[in-house]
Ligand binder design. Structure first.
Ligand SMILES: [Cu+2]
Length: 137
């Protein structure tokens, strides 16, 4: 008797939090090239969304979190709309803006190209501190 087992590649699951000190709990995470990534982002802070909201924006290869954060700000990023449409062409994946206690899980396919991809929170004033690297292996 022949058993055919199909073992699906489990999606990489990543959990990242942001807090009232403007910190992501991870500065770096790894995913496999071309694999589906399930990323859960939680705002574990207590301050109001309008004062300390967070999002998590993963940038395309070669886009620096610092220059992207500054560009988003110049494009009109605000505490209610931190990710203006005009800068979306440099974005690989992103969560919405989360207030205290909120979380969101997004799914995206990791780039086929191995390398370093930066991520950032674009709430005004956060990008210089709230940033990190997704390592695609
Ligand atoms: Cu933030």
């Amino acid at each position: 008797m022949l058993f055919v087992l199909q073992v699906a590649d489990a999606a990489s699951k990543v959990v990242i939090t942001g807090d009232d000190k403007m910190q992501f709990n991870k500065r770096e995470f790894e995913v496999a090239a071309g694999q589906v990534v399930e990323l859960e982002f939680k705002n574990v802070g207590k301050l109001p969304k309008a004062a300390m909201g967070h999002n998590l924006v993963i940038l395309k290869e070669g886009v620096s979190a610092l220059s992207f954060g500054s560009k988003a700000l110049k494009a009109g990023a605000s505490s209610t709309n931190p990710l203006p449409k005009s800068v979306m062409d440099e974005v690989l994946a992103h969560t919405k803006l989360l207030g205290p206690g909120e979380s969101e899980t997004i799914e995206f396919v990791a780039p086929a190209k191995k390398g370093l991809y930066q991520f950032v929170c674009t709430f005004p004033g956060h990008y210089s501190i709230m940033r990190g690297i997704m390592v695609v292996k």
